[in-house]
Write a protein that binds this ligand. Structure first.
Ligand code: ZN
Ligand code: ZN
Length: 365
């Protein structure tokens, strides 16, 4: 900006020129980066190094988007800080899992150069790239689940063809996004278990968690909101942690802009680009859009959405409880009494709704 005021000085260090207003305070580049990292490191207190404990092994699902790329940068930095502190070692190791974005969304072309860039920038961590259809390889129960879902698994010569056919059988955008999200979570969980990880660190920002909360309620997945939004043990028995829960999406966008090494890693967010032009929006897409536009005007309201969920207790359940075979939410069998076909399957209300989408479609053919 030409003719910038000299008086625009960072309120923290009182030394450098401010680059942005963050929660009402003018901050310079370095103080902003420190601010964002301190928020993430507060979210990681469970994984501090301790004298007599082993190093945690954490799985970081990297979508190559802005948020998960920022998280990787912050966890790398935190790890180096821990190593240089008194105990001389880090509390955790990071295994990065990239589910190839081009196997999730056809708009992404080859991401090999992004993958190469991220490996070069963060050489201390382990990296694995898998396609979404490798879920059939890692998750031993997924085939049965899809059959429960009404999918006829016949005549496919590859896992890719099988998954393509299943996804194509979902006729509404809402069901497609909903099930895609679940398949992705299940692949990531199964991969984490196969590799003996102690927990999964998700890159969701406060804005994303608010959108997930609102979408879950709208889709009838209110009961599973706690594990999708709160730190703690997931229904699959592995810990979930959301270290970026106190950072807004636009703060992470600013973070990536300040770090040129992240520019060659991140891929554009095709879903949100599509959402702004597409009238046939899914509930997930609609809520992402809503939080993006309203969250910029009223970030405090979105932060409250997530804070309220954090105060909710997860549904208490024990291992004997019936669980939905797709999303693992505890289900009461009585809730299914109206549906004869489903009464033996114990699928939850929300998954039954998406399942109806497949059945309706195949009966109309
Ligand atoms: Zn400063
Ligand atoms: Zn379910």
């Amino acid at each position: 900006m030409p003719g910038k005021e000299i008086s625009d000085i960072c309120i923290y260090c009182k030394d450098s020129e401010a680059i942005a207003s963050i929660r009402g305070r003018r901050l310079c580049r370095n103080c902003f980066i420190d601010y964002a990292n301190s928020k993430a490191s507060r979210g990681m207190t469970s994984y501090r190094p301790h004298k007599n404990t082993a190093t945690y092994k954490l799985l970081l699902p990297l979508s190559l988007g802005i948020s998960s790329s920022s998280l990787l940068h912050m966890l790398d930095r935190l790890q180096q800080r821990q190593v240089s502190a008194s105990l001389g070692r880090a509390g955790y190791d990071v295994h990065v899992l990239i589910v190839d974005p081009s196997t999730i969304h056809p708009g992404h072309t080859d991401v090999q150069s992004n993958v190469d860039a991220v490996k070069a920038s963060f050489p201390r961590h382990t990296f694995t790239t898998v396609p979404l259809h490798s879920i059939f390889q890692y998750d031993a129960t997924i085939k049965d689940t899809l059959c429960d879902f009404g999918f006829v698994d016949e005549g496919f010569d590859s896992d890719k063809a099988r998954l393509d056919a299943f996804r194509a059988s979902l006729s509404t955008a809402t069901a497609r996004d909903d099930i895609d999200n679940l398949l992705l979570v299940r692949l990531i969980v199964a991969f984490a278990k196969t590799n003996s990880c102690d927990g999964i660190v998700w890159g969701d920002s406060d804005s994303r968690l608010a959108a997930k909360t609102l979408a879950n309620v709208a889709k009838g997945r209110g009961a599973s909101t706690t594990w999708q939004v709160c730190d703690g043990v997931s229904p699959w028995g592995i810990d979930f942690c959301f270290p970026l829960r106190e950072l807004y999406k636009f703060e992470l966008e600013l973070y990536v802009q300040q770090l040129p090494e992240l520019a060659s890693i991140t891929v554009p967010d095709l879903q949100s680009q599509e959402n702004s032009s597409n009238r046939n929006l899914s509930i997930d897409g609609l809520m992402n859009q809503y939080v993006k536009t309203q969250g910029e005007k009223y970030p405090g309201v979105m932060a409250n959405v997530v804070r309220i969920v954090n105060k909710l207790q997860p549904i208490s359940s024990n291992k004997q409880d019936a669980r939905c075979p797709l999303c693992s939410t505890p289900v009461e069998r009585t809730a299914l009494s109206g549906d004869n076909e489903a009464s033996t399957i114990s699928m939850c209300y929300a998954c039954l709704r998406s399942r109806a989408d497949i059945l309706q479609d195949s009966s109309s053919n």
